[in-house]
Write a new protein. Sequence first.
Length: 292
Amino acid sequence: MRIGRRALLGILALAGVIAAMAVARPALSRGYSNAAMLALYRHAHRAEGAVSDGDLARADALLTTALALDAGNAAAHRGRGFVLWQRGARQEAGAEWRRGGIPGADFTRSGRQAQKDGDTARAMEWYDRAIATAPEAGEAYVRKAGLYEAAEDWQAALGLYEQALAVASFPEAWMERQAHLGHANALRKLGRPDDALADYEWLVAHAPDYYWGYVRLGELVWKQGDVARAEQLFLQAIAVDPDMKWAYRGLASLYEDTGRLADAEAMFRKVLELDPDDDAARRGLERLARKP
């Protein structure tokens, strides 16, 4: 079958149009996403950070068009993530940020900076964004839990530490230790010391160079009546870090409670050697001096 010259020229022209459209679609998509983000920026700037529902709807329409033209437009996915976040659709926002190539670690990094700057509310929001974008990563849960712990909201801290331990993925070993320690401390504060035992046992077994694992487990088993093991754990803590006072103070109280007064006095004096302002050790020596 022969194709006439005119038909051939028509086919070539159509192919050229299709090729031009293929090139133009990503450019048009970028134009729509840029317009959406510029509109949001201007409205937010004029309103000192507040973006109205109307602003969000217009931006969403522009971003949806941008993605219809080019599903690989990373900027449009990121912008739509912002719109969804503002609307309270956090999981959907996280999914858009993942499509836009934003690592959850970037949000966590911003949260750490906000925390360093003393802006707790902003840090919380950054950590929430990190969790929505990378729910399989443990760091943001641990850091957000620490903020609740500082505010003595133990129930909220407990829930976040539980989530961190459930995902069990940490970029640094200390974060896993902190998750177990924070989880155990929250349980103790909530009146569930027996439930904290497993975390402290984990710390002693998996982090043998971690001072606080021995101290906290020693305190707990002493309260449960295991004096011999408590003493051993406090001594292990001292072996890990002889310049920290807390294990000496634990031993001093244990020895006083079990009638080993000379040993108790030696431990209280060691605490004061390390920290001359330790009132608990000073009061302990005063109590011992009054005993026959």
